[in-house]
Design a protein around this ligand. Structure first.
Ligand code: 3PG
Length: 415
């Protein structure tokens, strides 16, 4: 974790007056599955300081962002995101549903100092997500089309900084680049807390993506960043399976393609290597006749899928968290969209803030849940990063940070 904010340029390093600035943000938001409306816009609110600062400096501001991934139910255009941003900055945000076509380039050329334009979902362009390192991405069509139209590139997309994608790492070699305020703040705050965590330190890993969990557990228990890891959400279910518990077909099905033989073996290896330092649920909550019912692990399988940790698990884990001096949560413990199955997440988060220790949560959905529970202000730090934060905690280089460092060498600060 040797990355510091001054390895790369930050906002004050350039003079943006009258210049066209391309700002890449991560405003990938949780949506309501039925209405497709944004249910929590905290990631939009977190980039407001950078947007306001650039507007105040009379930049002609072009914003680029993504929402979800092509093919996913929540892959939508960014019209709503523009409305939310406009409300938060109290100024118009023009939206064009185009990224590199004539509508987008004409709109960029027409921008006046202090004006803001949001382009369409950048992941609508297939080459955005094509694999490649910084140099390859810098030849991508998005960079080819947009870089001649801009003077500076600013990246404030901490939440996506673990992705080596075209709009995230491709501009830095071509255009003088800087980090936005959120990116610099995230790096600074996380480094301050995790370089020397207070003991005992507990990591709570949950959420929907469990494929990377084993590597993360091995690293943080191995390097002493965490004393104990608590597994909830899909990771908890997958690890129960690895311990030999028959979680039932419905729960296994939810794990989908991440339930590979390699991932299961990795989970088994972690359990035998770390034993009681990895805590698994002792019961799960399922929906039966429209009600939340806790089922002991010994009484599994059930025909219903597990939607949350059970009540006994929530109590047991809350006690462990209360005794910690550092706690970190990435990903919720259950299906927080349903009030009855948000109980586990709420109890664990409450224990985190009540513990009086340093408490950090990360990820778009986790941060949103903390706001819904009215707990967000009580955490030591709420990160916008999910996967990015995990990559950071693993001590692995973040491609966006590496690209910004490269850019600083090539295009040093002007002021
Ligand atoms: C996130 O929500 O973690 C970021 O927006 C990155 O999204 P991705 O995992 O689809 O790349």
């Amino acid at each position: 974790m040797s990355q510091t904010s001054k390895d790369f340029n930050t906002l004050e390093d350039f003079d943006y007056r009258g210049k066209t600035v391309l700002l890449r943000v991560d405003i990938n938001c949780p949506l309501d599955k039925t209405t497709l409306k944004i249910v929590n816009d905290s990631r939009i609110r977190r980039v407001v300081p950078t947007v306001r600062e650039l507007m105040g400096k009379q930049a002609r501001l072009v914003i680029l962002a993504h929402q979800s991934r092509k093919g996913a139910w929540d892959f939508i255009n960014l019209e709503q995101h523009a409305e939310h941003l406009s409300r938060h900055i109290n100024a118009p945000v023009r939206y064009v549903d185009d990224v590199i076509g004539k509508e987008a380039t004409d709109a960029i050329k027409a921008l006046q100092p202090g004006e803001v334009l949001l382009l369409g979902n950048v992941r609508a362009i297939d080459s955005e997500t094509a694999k490649g390192d910084m140099m390859k991405q810098s030849e991508g069509e998005i960079v080819q089309v947009l870089s001649p139209l801009i003077d500076y590139y600013v990246c404030d997309a901490f939440g996506a900084s673990h992705r080596s994608q075209c709009s995230l790492v491709g501009f830095e070699p071509k255009v003088p680049s800087a980090s936005g305020r959120l990116m610099a703040k995230e790096m600074f705050a996380l480094k301050a807390i995790f370089e020397n965590p207070r003991r005992p330190s507990v990591f709570i890993l949950g959420g929907a993506k469990f494929g990377d969990a084993s590597e993360m557990i091995d690293r943080v228990l191995g390097n002493g960043m965490a004393d104990t890891v608590i597994l909830v959400g899909l990771a908890g279910n997958a690890y129960l399976l690895a311990r030999g518990v028959d979680i039932g077909e419905a729960s296994s099905k939810v794990l989908q393609e991440e339930l590979t033989p390699e991932n299961l073996q990795a989970a088994k290896d972690i359990l035998s290597k770390y034993g009681q330092r990895v805590l698994l649920p002792v019961d799960v909550a399922v929906e039966r006749d429209g009600k939340r019912v806790s089922v002991n692990i010994g009484d599994l399988p059930t025909k219903e899928p597990a939607l949350d940790i059970g009540d006994a698990t929530a109590e047991k884990f809350a006690k462990v968290i209360m005794a910690s001096r550092t706690s970190f949560m990435s990903g919720p413990a259950g299906m927080i969209e349903k009030e009855d199955f948000a109980i586990g997440t709420r109890m664990l988060m409450t224990a985190m803030v009540d513990s009086g220790g340093q408490s950090v949560i990360g990820g778009g959905h986790t941060g949103g849940a903390a706001e819904r529970f009215d707990l967000a202000d009580r955490f030591s730090y709420v990160s916008t990063g999910g996967g990015a934060l995990e990559t950071f905690l693993l001590g692995e280089p973040l491609p966006v940070i590496e690209a910004l460092k490269y850019s600083r060498e090539k295009h040093p600060a002007e002021r």
